[in-house]
Each structure stands twice: as C-alpha cells, then as structure tokens.
Design a protein around this ligand. Structure first.
Ligand code: THU
Length: 141
C-alpha cells in the first residue's frame, strides 16, 4: 500500500458529506480520493428525482479526478450515514458494487479503501477484499 495519512483522508471524507445532494434518501455520503501526486478530489452523492440517475459519492470523486487527467490513485476514503447522524456515531459505509467496479478500473487490487466511522476512527481494506477476482483492463489485454 502506498504511503498516505489514512486518518487525514478519512476526515476529508467525513467533511465531504457536506457536498452531498441527497434530498430523497437523506443518506449523506462523502468520498475523498487521493491521486498519486497527492491531490485530493472530494465528492458527495448526487441524487435525482428519477431515482436511477443517482450517483454515489465515490464515483463523483472518481469522475471529477479522471476528467481532470488523474489516472492513478493512492487511496480513497468513504464516510456515510443518515442526515443528522453525529460524526462520532457514523456507521461503516462501504462502496456499492458499481463503485467497486468503477474504482477497480483505475486502482486495481491494491487500492486502499479507507472506511471512516465513529469519531475519527477508520478501517482500511484493499479493493481486492471488497471486489475479489475483479475484472479490469488486464482482462482485455
Ligand atoms: N451511496 C453512496 O454515495 N455511496 C455508497 O457507498 C453507498 C450509497 C449513496 C447512494 C444514494 O444516494 C444513497 O447513498 C442511499 O443509497
């Protein structure tokens, strides 16, 4: 795993929950994606009256980063919970299956995924633990 401050990235994910537009689920998710050069891209979930159009925080951050030229990433941190949940009571929020696949394209098996919860606590996993046997660019080579 690359060298980065996982606690700091987790805090940025918690702060990124403020960016969420989630008037339907009222479940606010924040993501902080660190590119290899240390730049951090933040994202919140973006919902839509046509529910199927909702975009998760992780993909908001990923698409911001990729659309600005970033291709390789050091880590992503995620924090989520119902609106009004105090930061010291946030549960684990794990990336959905679609986000795991989207991240796999650029992060591969080794991408560290920092799951923020509670008051400044976090758990770190590799993407391969969340998405075993992922299908990615290598499979089309
Ligand atoms: N959501 C995320 O943004 N990321 C996750 O990891 C899980 C779910 C969003 C999607 C939707 O806007 C809301 O949380 C409830 O599912």
């Amino acid at each position: 795993m690359s060298n980065f401050d996982s606690a700091a990235l987790a805090r940025q994910a918690v702060a990124a929950r403020k960016l969420a537009y989630a008037p339907y689920s009222r479940f606010l998710v924040g993501a902080a994606l660190m590119a290899e050069d240390g730049s951090v891209y933040l994202g919140g979930n973006i919902e839509n009256a046509a529910y199927s159009v909702c975009n998760c925080a992780e993909r908001t951050a990923l698409f911001k980063a990729v659309s600005e030229g970033a291709r390789r990433f050091a880590a992503i941190a995620v924090a989520g919970g119902a609106e009004g949940t105090p930061e010291d009571a946030l549960p684990f929020c794990t990336p959905c299956g679609v986000c795991r696949q989207a991240l796999y394209e650029f992060g591969g098996d080794e991408l560290p995924v920092v799951l923020a919860y509670g008051d400044g606590q976090h758990k770190m996993m590799k993407l391969s633990e969340l998405l075993p046997l992922g299908f990615g660019p290598k499979d089309l080579a």
